[in-house]
Design a protein around this ligand. Structure first.
Ligand SMILES: O=C(O)C1=C[C@@H](OP(=O)(O)O)[C@@H](O)[C@H](O)C1
Ligand SMILES: C=C(OP(=O)(O)O)C(=O)O
Length: 430
């Protein structure tokens, strides 16, 4: 399915933010790893969160869901033995489940998205699991991946954090369940460090004790712990909402988004500060962001690693800013659903934006006068590319046709409905 995005000068109205993807995947996992019943209020519904639902159900968790909540009876530290798991296109779900699969005798993760997740690297996690004595068969660090576990005991583990924080998070979910205590040392840099804060927050809520150094580069994890059944509430999602806020920033708008916690540990809450720095009129009080955009924005410089899943939306806003913006420390955007530097900038250029890439930077020469549009956009299987190009399309001179825009459902199936509610001219076409 494709989407036509037509120029839309103004956006108005109120929406509730979608539920956080990262908290939903984590709560589903900690609920599954507990013995007993946990309840999660307002879990996200998207392809990625459904992938986690599917995997924990395959491993023996029992899920009962209504409109408001999901009740999960977990399998504790004894997942059922399964032959295959299918994580769809969800990177975090794959990495977390690779950790848990180490408790199973023989599981193969199948490759259902060869052109997206199938191209992403998992070597650093494979290496770390190897240090625990887990046998992993793989295709040059990529899917399909077969894990023969059951023998991991704990101990000293080194893991690189220079490509993804998800490898470290996977080890943090696994090691408390092992017989012996573990020590994890993070090698090189730790990218997306803020997301590890979300992992630690959820582990603590689940009753797990982890001793973390302040810089998150070393951890001591007591073994033989048990995840406790809990009641969790999922907060609103900043990465998805960042695209809606960017759309409001580049148009004449009066847009309100509820359920965005000011004190959230989601790094992508930085979208609010970034738009403020761009001089977009907005307020953030009582978990509600109100943007009263006038279409005028100023260029900025920003360390994108602090808000990895909101960078594409920030860049889309910068396309219309006065001056040159620079988003640096973003190399690991290259290892996501597509190469979010080269592939994304190619699509932005097609639409008429003036952008340049470096290995770890995106540079945007703003065009307050607008961009031409009138072209077909390749989504590269990437929900965040789809959302960000939509922002650009709203302010282009001619419509954008975004091919395969249904991949938006990876994280935010209701994105186009939300934009339509706000008055955007968007239309699904076959
Ligand atoms: O742990 C998580 O849930 C995530 C970590 C981040 O990935 P990286 O650590 O690979 O940057 C983020 O981009 C992804 O959407 C979700
Ligand atoms: C990169 C993302 O997700 P994942 O790594 O879990 O596939 C994302 O949601 O933007």
């Amino acid at each position: 399915m494709d989407v036509i995005v037509r120029p839309t000068p103004s956006l108005q109205g109120e929406i509730g933010a979608l539920s956080s993807k990262n908290y939903t995947t984590r709560y589903l996992l900690t609920a599954a790893l507990a013995d007993g019943k946990s309840t999660i209020y307002y879990p996200a519904h998207s392809e990625d969160s459904d992938a986690m639902r599917r995997c924990i159900a395959d491993l023996g968790a029992v899920l009962e869901e209504d409109d408001e909540k999901i009740v999960i009876t977990g399998f504790g530290s004894h997942p059922r033995s399964v032959k295959e798991l299918n994580v769809g296109n969800a990177g975090a779900v794959l990495r977390f489940m690779m950790g848990i699969a180490s408790l199973c005798p023989d599981v193969t993760f199948v490759n259902t998205y060869p052109d997206s997740l199938g191209k992403r690297p998992h070597d650093d996690l494979i290496d770390a699991l190897g240090q625990l004595g887990v046998r992993v068969e793989h295709r040059e660090g990529k899917l399909p991946i077969r894990i023969q576990g059951g023998q991991a005991k704990g101990g000293k583990i080194q893991v690189s954090g220079s490509v993804s924080s998800q490898y470290l998070s996977a080890l943090l979910f696994l090691t408390p369940l092992l017989e012996e205590d573990s020590e994890i040392e993070v090698l090189h840099d730790l990218k997306s460090k803020v997301v590890v804060g979300q992992t630690l927050e959820v582990l603590q809520e689940a009753g797990i004790v982890i001793h973390a150094s302040e810089d998150y580069m070393s951890f001591r994890i007591p073994g033989r712990q048990s995840y406790q059944p809990r009641t969790y509430t999922v907060q609103g999602d900043y990465p998805g909402s960042a695209a809606v806020l960017a759309a409001a920033a580049v148009t004449n708008s009066d847009v309100t988004i509820h359920r965005l916690k000011e004190q959230s540990k989601q790094g992508e809450r930085a979208i609010v500060d970034v738009l403020r720095m761009m001089e977009v009129p907005l307020t953030h009080e009582n978990d509600t962001v109100i943007v009263k955009g006038n279409g005028r924005l100023k260029a900025i410089e920003f360390d994108g690693d602090a808000a990895t899943d909101a960078v594409l939306a920030m860049v889309a806003a910068a396309v219309f800013a006065e001056g040159t913006s620079r988003f640096y420390n973003v190399e690991n955007l290259r290892y996501k659903e597509c190469d979010r530097i080269t592939d994304y900038l190619n699509e932005l250029s097609k639409a008429g934006a003036h952008v340049e890439e470096r290995q770890a930077e995106i540079i945007v020469h703003g065009r307050p006068e607008g961009v031409e549009g009138g072209v077909e956009i390749n989504a590269h299987f990437d929900h965040r590319v789809i959302m960000a190009l939509t922002v650009v399309g709203l302010r282009a001179q001619k419509p954008l046709l975004i091919k395969d825009a249904h991949h938006v459902a990876k994280s935010y199936p209701q994105y186009f409905d939300h934009l339509e509610t706000l008055g955007a001219s968007v239309e699904w076409v076959k």
